[in-house]
Design a protein around this ligand. Structure first.
Ligand code: F6R
Length: 261
């Protein structure tokens, strides 16, 4: 796991976009794993700017989402497929029909989850998976207590996550769905490179557990310690509780020439 502490969101977005561009340069048909929420937004903007400037194209890529709410009416503004359409697809040159997410309107969620796993497998697996992290250590919608080897499945959101996400639903927690479909941690861990972004002090404890804590279902993101290729991009506030903070800063300062993320 490489921990990179950067001064602010713009620098984080630049490194995040560099990493995605590096994957696309190596494999123009790369499969991109997308996250929703606030953390990756600046990366999506950066990618859009690079494409507009002619420095990058995602035209050969496909993309898969981490998760989706269950039970929102089709086309609801906050359904993650809609959010990704606005925040990502409309900014870049990817073909919208090659962007897939779990089917939050499925009548049989078990079948929908199995089909989604098959879709990811058929695409050849995810080359680079963007991740945010919940204040309680969730990744995708794998809340504390989730299996660290789980596959795509229906899950219930915690009160805390629904409270955190109420900001997207007019601050009305009752409008936030109680259930979701989410890639499991076992599914996420099959992506070849995991790129996690955390911003702000509300993430500091979860980040400390992710990077330095014991691997535990209490902090699902800690399972990433078992993945061979993880890059964690943090601002100062999110990094503030790391015990080895000075070492991570020094490692970033003394990166080897040409060292790749
Ligand atoms: C979203 C997702 C969630 C978020 C997490 C952090 O697809 O899977 O795990 O990444 O809740 O959300 P933000 O970035 O809004 O703080």
């Amino acid at each position: 796991m490489e921990v990179v502490i950067l001064p602010g969101e713009e620098q984080i977005a630049a490194v995040g976009a560099d990493i995605i561009a590096q994957h696309v340069a190596a494999r123009p048909a790369a499969v991109l794993g997308l996250a929703t929420g606030s953390s990756p937004l600046r990366v999506y903007e950066q990618l859009g700017r690079r494409i507009a400037a002619g420095d990058l194209t995602l035209s050969g890529c496909s993309a898969v989402l981490l998760d989706e709410y269950l039970g929102l009416p089709t086309g609801h503004r906050e359904a993650y497929r809609q959010v990704i359409e606005r925040e990502f697809v409309e900014r870049v040159d990817i073909d919208s029909t090659r962007v897939h997410g779990p089917d939050g309107s499925a009548s049989d969620v078990v079948v929908a989850c199995a089909e989604y796993e098959e879709q990811i497998r058929a695409a050849g697996g995810v080359d680079v998976q963007l991740l945010g992290i919940g204040g309680n250590g969730h990744i995708a919608f794998n809340e504390p207590g989730a299996s660290l080897a789980g596959r795509t499945q229906a899950r219930m959101l915690t009160e805390q996550t629904r409270r955190d996400n109420a900001r997207f639903f007019g601050d009305d927690i009752d409008a936030v769905p109680r259930h979701c479909l989410t890639q499991g941690i076992g599914t996420i861990r099959e992506a070849r490179h995991l790129l996690l972004i955390a911003l702000g002090s509300a993430k500091a404890e979860a980040v400390q557990q992710l990077v330095e804590g014991p691997v535990s279902a209490l902090w699902p993101a800690s399972a990433l310690q078992l993945h061979p290729h993880v890059t964690v991009l943090l601002d100062d506030a999110a990094a503030s509780r790391l015990e080895l903070r000075e070492h991570y800063l020094a490692s970033a300062e003394h990166r080897l020439a040409g060292q790749r993320y």
